[in-house]
Design a protein around this ligand. Structure first.
Ligand SMILES: Nc1ncnc2c1ncn2[C@@H]1O[C@H](COP(=O)(O)OP(=O)(O)OP(=O)(O)O)[C@@H](O)[C@H]1O
Length: 621
C-alpha cells in the first residue's frame, strides 16, 4: 500500500473548495458523470484506431444509490486508470488546478468565484466526507487499484479487485449533503444535467424493492434516463418535421407546437450546434425568457443564456451546444469574450437568413404566423441594427382588410401617400373597430391603413421612425382624411369668412379635461360634418405616460389635445347657421362636437351624461 500527501501547499484545501468552487452543490454529478462519459468516449476512440484490443462490451454508466450505507457510486466502463495514472491525474494534475485556483482567488469576494480549474473530480468533496476510486485500466495486464481520500491532503492507494475495465467513484455522502441520498433528488439532478449525454446512463436505488414479474409477464427492463442522440446532434437532412416537434416536446412537455425552427450547425470559426424554436405566442405578456438551454458537448450547463444569445432572441426556445463557450466563468468575463460575441452575431444572422428563406418560400404560411412571428421580428428590429437591415426583406404589415405588404410593396401600393417632404406616410390603426370611421374615410381616398395593435407596435413605431429616413407613421385618426398626408393644398369652402367665423365660435366652448382647437375647412360635402382628431405627437406622449416612465407624470396631467375640424361644405351647417333659436342652435352644435369626441373615446364622465340628456331634449323638440 502506498500512502502519501497530495502535492499541494495549502494544508487543507477542501474546506475552501467546498465553500468557493461552485455555488450549486449538485454540480458534482455533472462533473463526475462527464468524466465517466469522457472515459467512455476515449475507449471508443482507442478501439476504433486499434489501440484498445478486444470486445468493448456494453458501454454504459451506472449511478447506484445505497442510502443505508450512505454511498452514491458512479461507475463507467471507460478507459480506467493505471496506478501511475491515478497518481498523475488525481494526486498531481487535479491539484495543480486547485493551486492555480487558490492563487488567483486568495482574499477575493467569495460570491464572484465560480471558477473552473480542472477541479472537476474534486467537486465530489463538496458533498462527501470520503471518496474512493476503484479503477482498472484497459491496458493489458493493468491491475485494479483503489484510491481513497477523506478530504485531507492525505490519500491511500491500495491494490483492488475489479472484474472489468473502468472506474467506480464511490462517494460517502456527508451529513450536510444527505439530500443526495434521496432517490428523487438524485434522479432530478441527473435529469437536469445528463438528459442528453451521449452514453446511456442507468440509475439504481439498491433499497428500492423491484416487484417480481407476475406469471406470463416479462421483466421490465430498466430504461436509460437519457436520450443519447438528441435531435440537435443529427443532420437536418435526417430529421422530419415530426422529429423536430417531438424534440420540442421532450424539452418542454405540454407546450404548443412551435411555429418554426432553425437548426444551427457551425464549425468555423467556432463550434456550435443547436436548434432554436419560434414558439407560438398569443399575447405579448406571455413572453417567457430563459427558455433556451446551453449545453457543452451534450452536458447541460445553464439556462441563463444572456450575452450568448442576442437579447431579442431570448424569446426563442431550444438548445445551443458549444464546447467553445467558456462555461463556468463569471458573467463579466463572458461579455468580453470574443467567441461569445461572434456566436451572438452569428445567431442573429442565421435567424434573419432563415426568416428570409421562409418568407420567400412559404409566404402564405409566414403571413398566417405573422401575429406571433411579428413580435420577434419587431423586437429584433428595434434592438439590433444589423437585424433591422436584414429584416427589410421580410418585415410585413397587415392592412385592415387582411392583405400583407412588405415596405417596398407598401410604397408601390400607396403612391398617393407621399407627403410634401417626399416621405412615405404609413397610416396605421391601433384599434380597427374603434377607428372604423377614420379607416373608412382613409380607404375612400385610396389610402392603405395597416394594423399596429400591440404594445410592441407603439414602441416599434417610435424606434424605427428614427431609423427609417423615408417613412413616417401617422395614426389614421390623427387628422381628417384630407390632411393625413400633409400636402399643403387647401380645398375651397362654400362658407363666407363671416359664416366660418360664426361657426368656429359656436364650436369653441370649453369642455372638461380637454384642450380643443377648432378649424373650419371646406371638405367634400359627403365627408362628416365634424371630425375630432388628436395630434400624433401629443397622443404618443400620452400613450407613453400611460405605460409609465420618466416624464409620465407630467404628460399624464396635460389635458387631452383635440382638434375639431368642421366641414363648412356639409349641408347641415346651412340649416344651423340659418336657425334663429340661439339655444337650439347651441345644442345642435354641441351635439355634433360630442359625436366627434365620442368616436375618439374622449367623451366620458359628466360630458357624456350631458350629451345623453341633450340628445333626448333635441329629439323631444
Ligand atoms: N471516470 C474516469 N475514468 C478515467 N479517468 C478519469 C475519470 N475521472 C477522472 N479521470 C482522470 O482524471 C483527470 C482529472 O479529472 P478532473 O475531472 O479533475 O479534470 P478534467 O476532467 O481533466 O477537467 P475538468 O475540470 O474539465 O473536469 C481526468 O483528466 C482523467 O484523466
Amino acid at each position: 500500500m502506498q500512502k502519501g500527501n497530495i502535492r499541494v501547499q495549502t494544508e487543507n484545501i477542501f474546506p475552501i473548495i467546498k465553500k468557493f468552487l461552485y455555488s450549486e452543490h449538485d454540480i458534482f454529478i455533472r462533473e463526475l458523470v462527464s468524466n465517466a462519459v469522457d472515459a467512455t468516449q476515449k475507449i471508443k476512440t482507442l478501439s476504433s484506431i486499434g489501440e484498445a484490443k478486444g470486445d468493448l462490451g456494453e458501454l454504459r454508466i451506472d449511478i447506484t444509490l445505497d442510502a443505508t450505507n450512505k454511498t452514491l457510486t458512479i461507475s463507467d466502463r471507460g478507459v480506467g486508470m493505471t496506478e501511475e495514472e491515478v497518481d498523475k491525474y488525481l494526486n498531481q494534475v487535479a491539484f495543480s488546478g486547485a493551486e492555480e485556483f487558490l492563487e488567483k482567488y486568495k482574499g477575493q469576494n467569495e460570491n464572484n468565484i465560480i471558477g473552473h480549474f480542472g477541479l472537476g473530480f474534486y467537486s465530489s468533496f463538496m458533498v462527501s466526507e470520503r471518496v474512493a476510486v476503484v479503477t482498472k485500466s484497459f491496458k493489458e495486464g493493468a491491475a485494479a487499484v483503489r484510491w481513497e481520500c477523506d478530504g485531507s491532503p492525505e490519500f491511500s492507494l491500495t491494490p483492488a479487485e475489479r472484474a472489468f475495465r473502468g472506474t467506480d467513484i464511490i462517494l460517502h455522502i456527508n451529513e450536510e449533503s444527505k439530500d443526495f441520498l434521496n432517490a428523487y433528488k438524485v434522479k432530478e439532478t441527473l435529469e437536469k444535467f445528463c438528459k442528453f449525454l451521449p452514453v446511456p446512463i442507468y440509475f439504481k436505488d439498491v433499497n428500492e424493492t423491484v416487484e417480481a414479474p407476475k406469471e406470463g409477464e416479462a421483466l421490465v427492463e430498466p430504461k436509460a434516463i437519457n436520450n443519447t442522440t438528441p435531435a440537435w446532434t443529427k443532420k437536418p437532412a435526417d430529421l422530419t418535421k415530426e422529429d423536430y416537434e417531438n424534440f420540442y416536446r421532450e424539452l418542454y412537455p405540454f407546450s404548443e407546437t412551435p411555429l418554426f425552427w432553425i437548426h444551427l450547425n457551425v464549425d468555423y470559426p467556432f463550434n456550435l450546434t443547436g436548434i432554436l424554436y419560434f414558439p407560438k405566442i398569443k399575447q405579448s405578456h406571455e413572453i417567457q425568457k430563459n427558455k433556451i438551454q446551453l449545453y457543452s458537448n451534450q452536458v447541460f450547463v445553464t439556462d441563463e443564456v444572456k450575452d450568448i444569445v442576442p437579447e431579442f432572441l431570448m424569446l426563442l426556445h431550444g438548445v445551443i451546444d458549444s464546447p467553445d463557450i467558456p462555461l463556468n466563468v463569471s458573467r463579466s468575463y463572458l461579455q468580453g469574450d470574443p467567441n461569445v460575441k461572434k456566436i451572438n452575431a452569428h445567431i442573429t444572422k442565421k435567424v434573419a437568413d432563415k426568416l428570409d428563406e421562409i418568407f420567400r418560400n412559404e409566404r402564405t404560411e409566414f403571413e398566417q404566423k405573422w401575429e406571433s412571428l411579428g413580435l420577434f421580428v419587431k423586437y429584433g428590429m428595434m434592438t439590433d441594427d444589423k437585424f433591422l437591415d436584414k429584416a427589410n426583406s421580410f418585415f410585413i404589415m397587415e392592412d385592415t382588410q387582411g392583405k400583407f405588404y412588405t415596405k417596398e410593396e407598401y410604397i408601390s401600393a400607396t403612391a398617393a401617400q407621399k407627403n410634401k417632404d417626399g416621405k412615405q406616410v404609413i397610416l396605421y390603426s391601433t384599434n380597427p373597430v374603434q377607428q372604423d370611421a377614420y379607416i373608412t374615410q382613409a380607404n375612400a381616398k385610396g389610402y392603405v391603413v395597416v394594423k399596429m395593435e400591440t404594445l410592441v407596435d407603439a414602441a416599434f413605431i417610435n424606434t424605427v421612425e428614427m431609423k427609417w429616413n423615408d417613412f413616417i407613421f401617422t395614426r389614421v385618426d390623427a387628422d381628417i382624411a384630407d390632411n393625413l398626408i400633409d400636402k399643403t393644398d387647401a380645398a375651397e369652402s362654400v362658407l363666407t369668412n363671416d359664416e366660418a367665423d360664426t361657426l368656429k365660435k359656436l364650436f369653441e366652448q370649453p369642455q372638461d379635461g380637454l384642450h380643443i382647437t377648432v378649424e373650419v375647412k371646406g371638405l367634400s360635402a359627403d365627408a362628416p360634418p365634424v371630425t375630432a382628431t388628436r395630434p400624433e405627437q401629443m397622443r404618443r406622449m400620452k400613450d407613453m405616460a400611460a405605460v409609465g416612465g420618466g416624464m409620465a407624470a407630467f404628460y399624464a396631467q396635460m389635458p387631452d389635445e383635440v382638434t375639431l375640424t368642421v366641414n363648412g361644405n356639409h349641408s347641415i351647417f346651412r340649416s344651423i347657421l340659418s336657425n334663429t333659436e340661439a339655444a337650439q342652435k347651441e345644442k345642435l352644435v354641441r351635439n355634433l362636437a360630442d359625436l366627434a369626441l365620442l368616436s375618439q373615446g374622449l367623451l366620458t364622465g359628466k360630458n357624456l351624461t350631458q350629451f345623453i340628456s341633450r340628445s333626448v331634449e333635441i329629439m323631444e323638440n
